[in-house]
Design a protein around this ligand. Structure first.
Ligand SMILES: Cc1cc2nc3c(=O)[nH]c(=O)nc-3n(C[C@H](O)[C@H](O)[C@H](O)COP(=O)(O)OP(=O)(O)OC[C@H]3O[C@@H](n4cnc5c(N)ncnc54)[C@H](O)[C@@H]3O)c2cc1C
Length: 449
């Protein structure tokens, strides 16, 4: 077990307790320490981050690591532009690779993506937009001599963004926390909350009880468990077109990812550089290299050469987990969780999709890694984040699986804890469902676009 040195005596009280040492918990801890110091109201030593395992044990530590901004929803785009600026603030410390990002799409998505491009221009987020099949082919061939994907009529090329090495970026954030005096303690599982008059007064763990003034939950796919501990509703009423509908507050999707186990440098651009992260959605049927039909409905993959994963790594469309959240495997990662672990069918589809895009990947399906890959995400009713404060002092960061890239959310939550409401977080309050203030939906097959 990594970071065993973090299993130290628990304090019995702390001013700020952060549950979960993923991207959000660590980012909140680091930025809150800086805010406290700048305001002369304390320091990192007032902050404790606890995790039932270790930093990076959850979704953040296995994330593909893609940082992008091709969001159809204005509020998501603005929030993401803020997060990209945080990634850019310390590329080395965050193991961030700003190679850019491409959304390559079929005709059914063209107008949505055009609108994303136009709004990116409005907020000064640098990108190019290419339209029409011939223009797209020419643009892609200018980047990759062996590009051969079919059915593409638009390309959005974001010049910012890219990807980061998942665990390294968390190690970087954890180091920043510790440098500010924030304590991170692993192997400490929160099992209950003590409350008084709507405020959380203590977290009860397997190793003791910690009194606290403010508590932050950055629990990734485990967030429904804390939602329940906080007594929040398990169904959500949503105002849609003047009528109220009721939906489960949480559902799980399985993220299917994999790695083609070859030298990552095998995929470079024509000029020998690291390519942008590529995301392609097409409506042309997918066959394997022998010509057998694999998928005959619109499909999409994303991929990048990645030395961290040791190959060409990326993912496919997620699949729904049709079970209530408390029936899904408690530990949603690893081989022990049959709900989602990717199988040979997925590996063949994914490798064939790479070959659909680039001739260089033809005949390589047998090189797909058999390492456990992918994981699950807890999604809200509209699949967009809930960033909100409940009761007097419970700050919930529930990113609806959008969030490795959202490294900046912790900085905004830290400001809110300091008493400064953040306009960028306002569109993500839980009250939006009852008020019918929903985010617009795109035609993407992904629940997070
Ligand atoms: C396969 C996969 C690929 C992804 N790829 C991307 C991507 O490319 N880009 C992107 O932006 N997003 C991606 N995501 C989504 C992203 O990883 C998550 O949205 C984000 O990492 C969630 O961060 P978090 O800090 O909220 O949670 P996590 O990183 O899951 O951290 C939560 C922590 O809470 C701890 N914990 C849980 N319960 C308790 C408890 N009771 N007591 C104490 N500690 C507890 C866990 O041990 C864990 O360390 C991906 C997700 C998956 C599953």
């Amino acid at each position: 077990m990594k970071n065993e040195e973090e299993v130290v005596a628990l304090p019995t009280s702390v001013k700020y307790c952060i549950v979960g040492a993923g991207i959000h918990g660590l980012s909140t801890g680091y930025h809150l320490a800086k805010e406290l110091k700048a305001a002369g109201k304390g320091s990192g030593t007032d902050i404790l981050i606890i995790d039932k395992a270790r930093p990076g044990a959850g979704a953040s530590g296995i994330a593909c690591g893609v940082v992008r901004n091709n969001y159809f929803q204005p509020a998501m785009r603005e929030l993401m532009a803020h997060s990209v600026s945080v990634w850019e603030s310390d590329q080395q410390g965050y193991a961030y690779h700003p190679v850019g990002y491409m959304q390559i799409s079929h005709e059914g998505m063209r107008s949505d993506v055009r609108s994303i491009y136009e709004q990116q221009q409005a907020i000064g987020y640098e990108s190019d937009f290419i339209e029409g099949a011939a223009n797209c082919d020419a643009y892609m061939l200018g980047l990759f001599h062996d590009w051969r994907a079919k059915g593409i009529t638009s390309v959005l090329h974001e010049k910012k963004g890219g990807f980061a090495f998942n665990q390294q970026s968390l190690d970087g954030l954890a180091a920043k926390c510790r440098a500010e005096g924030v304590q991170i303690i692993g192997q400490t599982e929160v099992r209950e909350l003590e409350t008084d008059g709507g405020a959380v007064t203590a977290v009860v763990t397997n190793r003791g009880t910690i009194q606290c003034d403010e508590v932050v939950f950055g629990a990734g796919p485990w967030v429904p468990q804390f939602w329940r501990m906080l007594g929040l509703p398990e169904t959500t009423e949503i105002l849609v077109d003047g009528a109220t509908i009721t939906q489960p507050t949480w559902r799980y999707w399985a993220l299917q990812e994999g790695t083609l186990g070859i030298e990552p440098g095998y995929l470079t651009t024509n000029d020998g550089n690291a390519p942008p992260v590529i995301h392609i959605d097409t409506d042309v049927a997918l066959h394997d290299d022998a010509g057998n039909l694999l998928v005959d409905e619109p499909w999409g993959i994303y991929y990048k050469p990645d030395f961290n994963f040791g190959g060409i790594q990326g993912g496919y469309m997620p699949s729904k987990v049709d079970k209530p959240f408390d029936e899904v495997a408690v530990d949603p990662y690893g081989e022990s969780s049959p709900d989602f672990v990717v199988n040979d069918d997925f590996r063949l589809i994914w490798a064939s999709a790479l070959s659909f895009c680039h001739k260089r990947f033809e005949g390589m399906a047998s090189k797909m890694s058999k390492e456990p890959s992918g994981g699950i995400g807890a999604f809200t009713p509209d699949s967009f984040p809930v960033f909100d404060t409940f009761g007097a002092n419970a700050h919930v960061i529930a990113d609806s699986n959008h969030g490795y890239k959202m490294i900046g959310v912790g900085a905004l939550v830290a400001k809110e804890i300091m008493g400064e409401p953040q306009a960028l977080l306002e569109p993500f309050r839980y009250s939006r469902y009852a008020e019918g203030k929903l985010h617009p939906l795109s035609n993407s097959p992904y629940p997070w676009s």
